[in-house]
Design a binder for this molecule. Structure first.
Ligand code: GLA
Length: 345
């Protein structure tokens, strides 16, 4: 691998936000569509060059952790945050010490892992267009055992203040979208936790591959192709993905025409599809989203992200979020800016 020469010490700080996905889940890894927004909370990483060692010090959720690994060391059995940093450091060919802080809820399904990975990549000096940086980050997460798509990294990289981001994973294209005027985004943490790496996420990816072997790319498939799928479970998986891509497209139109009611309906339908056809919801996520849906001033609600726990997102009339009390952590969020290099070049 290439190594830097010279004695100058390089130091860089980067900040990358988490994300909430408004609609379009389990569509990224089959080249579909999604509409996430970057959160106003982020992870900050300061990197200082340090030859052959990767040292990571984190101060997250009140817990301090420290780990180190040689640039060329076999990362087997190391924690994922260390493997990710080592993988990215290898790409730039130099080690370093990384100091990590965050105001993002960790492990709540708001992409704390992608925020960390993107912040490390930028702090290490990885540059390029958002899609290429996102792919380096995806590879690093895969090296640490999480075979994720590109939704979270792209939301973190391409997000913009007060906007959602329409992501097209086949065209590798993104567009900023304004949510209907007079609305706000509300997030409720179900407090149920399940790590993606150990969950049924990988099974869903296999199902997606199996469906595509039968009917071709899901991103361009129509619902008429469903009849030809023999296996009932695979048919339901395909129905979710195809209809979810349609819903994202429709939701973007509803957002652009200021139709919050229809946007909310699309969110409700998305939840139903994720729960009944994709089997990634839980009784708690169903209960929280149903409670939100029946709260006055809420247009729609759905689980957000990979599922099996984590958060529920709702679109509500402005001013309504503050009065929602389900006895769970609840936030009204204004979408924030995407990842940036704060300091250094
Ligand atoms: C997780 C993954 C993403 C995406 C979502 C589901 O957040 O990291 O790549 O697949 O689940 O939409």
């Amino acid at each position: 691998m290439p190594r830097r020469s010279g004695a100058e010490v390089t130091r860089r700080t980067a900040r990358a936000p988490g994300r909430v996905n408004l609609i379009g889940d389990h569509t990224d890894y089959t080249g579909g569509l999604a509409l996430p927004a970057a959160l106003p909370w982020s992870t900050t990483v300061t990197w200082e060059e340090h030859e052959d060692l990767v040292i990571v010090e984190t101060a997250l959720d009140g817990t301090a952790q420290r780990g180190s690994i040689g640039l060329d060391q076999d990362p087997v059995d190391e924690p994922s945050w260390l493997i990710i940093a080592q993988h990215l450091a290898r790409l730039v060919g130099t080690g370093g010490s990384l100091k990590v802080t965050s105001d993002l809820p960790i492990g709540a399904g708001l992409s704390s892992s992608a925020a960390y990975t993107v912040a490390v990549a930028l702090a290490l000096g990885i540059t390029g267009d958002p899609w290429s940086i996102a792919k380096r980050c995806q590879e690093a997460e895969a090296a640490a055992g999480s075979n994720v798509g590109l939704l979270d990294q792209m939301a973190s990289l391409a997000g913009a203040f007060e906007h959602a981001v329409l992501l097209d994973f086949t065209k590798e294209h993104f567009d900023l979208v304004q949510l209907p005027e007079g609305t706000e985004v509300v997030i409720v943490d179900s407090t149920e936790r399940r790590s993606l790496a150990n969950s049924a996420y990988a099974d869903r990816r296999h199902d997606g591959d199996a469906v595509e072997r039968e009917i071709g790319p899901l991103s361009s498939a129509g619902l008429d192709l469903l009849e030809s799928i023999q296996d009932p479970q695979l048919r339901r998986r395909a129905r979710h993905v195809i209809s979810e891509n349609h819903r994202v497209r429709a939701a973007v139109e509803f957002a652009r025409s200021g139709n919050a009611v229809e946007f909310g309906e699309a969110m409700n339908e998305s939840h139903r599809s994720l729960a009944e056809d994709f089997d990634v919801s839980t009784p708690k996520l169903d209960a929280v989203s149903a409670a939100l849906r029946s709260s006055s001033g809420v247009f729609g609600a759905r689980m957000t992200g990979g599922g099996f726990g984590g958060c529920v997102v709702a679109l509500a009339e402005q001013g309504v979020g503050a009065s929602i009390d389900l006895g769970l952590p609840t936030w009204v969020v204004v979408p924030g800016d995407g990842a940036v290099l704060v300091d250094g070049e």
